[in-house]
Design a protein around this ligand. Sequence first.
Ligand SMILES: C[S@@+](CC[C@H](N)C(=O)[O-])C[C@H]1O[C@@H](n2cnc3c(N)ncnc32)[C@H](O)[C@@H]1O
Length: 246
Amino acid sequence: MNNPQNRPLQTDFNTVFGNDLDYPRLGNVTFRRGTLTPNQEALFAEHWPRLGAELADARLDIDAWFGRRGAKTIVEIGSGTGTSTAAMAPLEADTNIIAVELYKPGLAKLLGAVVRGEIPNIRMVRGDGMEVLMRMIAPESLDGIRVFFPDPWPKARHHKRRIIQSGPLNLFASRLKKGGVLHVATDHAEYAEWINELTDVEPALEFKGWPWPECPQLTDRQVITKFEGKGLDKDHVISEYLWEKK
Ligand SMILES: C[S@@+](CC[C@H](N)C(=O)[O-])C[C@H]1O[C@@H](n2cnc3c(N)ncnc32)[C@H](O)[C@@H]1O
């Protein structure tokens, strides 16, 4: 868990949890940089200290950060440019949304949307979602975890980079409260087949399929992607998955 030479924090999950589950090997992904426009730099300088945080080896004080006590909290991993994050949050105003992303220009877009739209219930963390959950989020504390359109890593030799694997599912389950919801969506047919093989691998998660009408939280992503609009193209069928923490 050391951080020599300012390398990104990387947990050896198998050792820490004493298991032999599969965890993503991120390769160089964790070093993803990204340049901001001057406007985005100015936006960051003004608003990031209040609305954003960097991956750190310290638990977030979620009540203090959102300025309210005991609200439900959902973490979205890999929020990208935050299009669905910003569209969903106003419909779940009673819920704290923490968007986690490695890609700074994406966070800058979401930050812009949050500031312009005065969306009060979104905060952002820059870092690897696995490490953020591990270090910054207490066990059994989340009402939901979302992973929308994770990088599909289509080449066989890159499959081990996929974020949906037995290890992350175990980590997600550990951070969810009983009754908490994991929501995953992909438009990649082969990744969907991969996830289909993993639906029942984590004993603490009950697979609910899709749709799950009684799901206790918002599951409509609001944003119609260009692929969804076409609808007929088999390669871009959207597959959605819901699990409930037992
Ligand atoms: C294909 S994009 C999807 C973005 C967004 N969810 C959407 O639906 O438009 C996947 C995103 O996940 C981010 N990502 C990949 N691995 C991550 C990790 N370990 N932690 C946080 N973000 C990650 C990437 O930087 C990328 O922005």
